[in-house]
Ligand binder design. Structure first.
Ligand SMILES: Nc1ncnc2c1ncn2[C@@H]1O[C@H](COP(=O)(O)OP(=O)(O)O)[C@@H](O)[C@H]1O
Ligand SMILES: [Mg+2]
Length: 353
């Protein structure tokens, strides 16, 4: 008996009209499939599929009683590749308890989107909360620092109390720096966009840090383009981007090494070939310890740091990425352990073009 003979003519006809991948089964084995099912799973003939276990195509297919209604499974194509599928399983009219029809839909892409959306919503919410907390913490911290400094005037230099107090001030100052960074993190798009000269920002930021001891043994290799147009942006935020990348590079070197800073005007993105806008490119490359492949995808996450003993906040790169994205740009990182690390930033010259 052909599988089709199990079905009355009107059921078979209405089944044929369904323009969505579908399979009729007895709960365990495939009885009948339509063309769309074959297409979705990569088979050419119904004979390749009929009679086989449902679990060969849809996993994990429930053993025991049939699970009716909507569920999500992994679908396995003929070439072994996988997709996420939505399955709606209903008893077949007039064959209730014997035959079922399951309609399928490839939802791999939707799932992917859902994940990305959830992630970005989570980050947005986190940024907002972080900003609010930072605001609440910032004011009392100011008070703590003020009173600690007042107290310091009454305590003789060289005493143990004075030393303890200095520790309090140092730690409170550190909290303040973190709170300030968080305040910035929560801040959304700035309306104060004006033309920014990235080369000037780089020079300013370097002159701020060059006397610091971590830059003492570092050779700087500036390759700043002489034809760099100004771009529409927030100068204060761009200063932060440059400073974060510069300090991370110096910290990764931790002694003798070279930091190369390059700017360039590029027509069309180097990081995304489909993006044909004009960009300002910034590269900060160091000869530091590098980043292992296991952690490189985490470095942009808020609070991710490998710096021990409270030396890092793990906020620098997440703030940096936030700023770059608010400017319509992108940032990537390439690194080789023991050799060094290269950050590439691209910012569109004109947000709208
Ligand atoms: N230039 C670099 N070379 C090596 N590792 C880096 C570099 N920049 C960032 N990292 C890694 O990324 C982590 C996160 O950086 P960041 O967000 O700036 O936080 P923090 O500097 O406070 O640790 C660092 O702890 C470090 O492990
Ligand atoms: Mg940092």
């Amino acid at each position: 008996m052909e599988p089709r003979d199990l079905l009355s003519d009107d059921i078979f006809e209405s089944w044929e009209k369904i323009n969505q991948p579908g399979v009729i089964h007895d709960g365990m084995y495939v009885i009948l499939v339509n063309e769309d099912f074959l297409g979705l799973f990569g088979y050419s003939r119904p004979e390749d599929v009929v009679g086989r276990a449902m679990g060969e195509f849809i996993t994990p297919w429930p053993t025991g009683s049939v699970k009716l209604g909507r569920r999500e499974y992994m679908g396995r194509r003929s070439d072994g590749s996988r997709m996420e599928v939505e399955a709606i399983c209903l008893p077949l009219a007039a064959c209730e308890g014997i035959l079922y029809q399951t309609l399928l839909k490839d939802i791999s892409q939707e799932k992917n989107w859902e994940g990305k959306l959830l992630e970005s919503e989570r980050l947005t919410a986190m940024g907002k909360i972080a900003g609010e907390i930072a605001h609440e913490i910032n004011n009392p911290l100011g008070g703590i620092l003020l009173y600690a400094n007042l107290l310091k005037e009454d305590i003789p230099e060289g005493s143990q109390q004075r030393e303890n107090l200095n520790k309090i001030i140092k730690l409170a100052t550190r909290c303040r720096i973190i709170a300030k960074a968080l305040l910035n993190f929560g801040r959304s798009t700035s309306k104060a966009y004006s033309p920014v000269d990235l080369n000037a920002v780089i020079k300013d930021m370097y002159s701020m840090v060059e006397d610091h001891k971590i830059f003492k043994e570092i050779e700087m290799d500036f390759r700043l383009s002489g034809e760099l147009p100004h771009f529409m942006g927030d100068r204060g935020q761009m200063e932060q981007v440059v400073l974060n990348l510069l300090i991370n590079a110096a910290e990764a070197i931790g002694g003798v090494g070279t930091i190369r800073i390059e700017t360039r005007y590029i027509h069309g993105s180097l990081l995304d070939g489909a993006d044909k806008r004009n960009f300002i490119m910034l590269v900060v490359e160091d000869t530091g310890h590098g980043i292992s492949p296991e952690i490189i995808q985490k470095i942009f996450e808020p609070f991710f740091t490998t710096k021990q003993g409270g030396k890092g906040t793990g906020l620098g790169l997440s703030i940096t990425r936030g700023i770059v994205q608010r400017h319509g740009g992108r940032i990537t990182c390439e690194s080789t352990i023991g050799k060094g690390t290269k950050f590439t930033v691209e910012i569109p010259v004109n947000l709208k073009n």
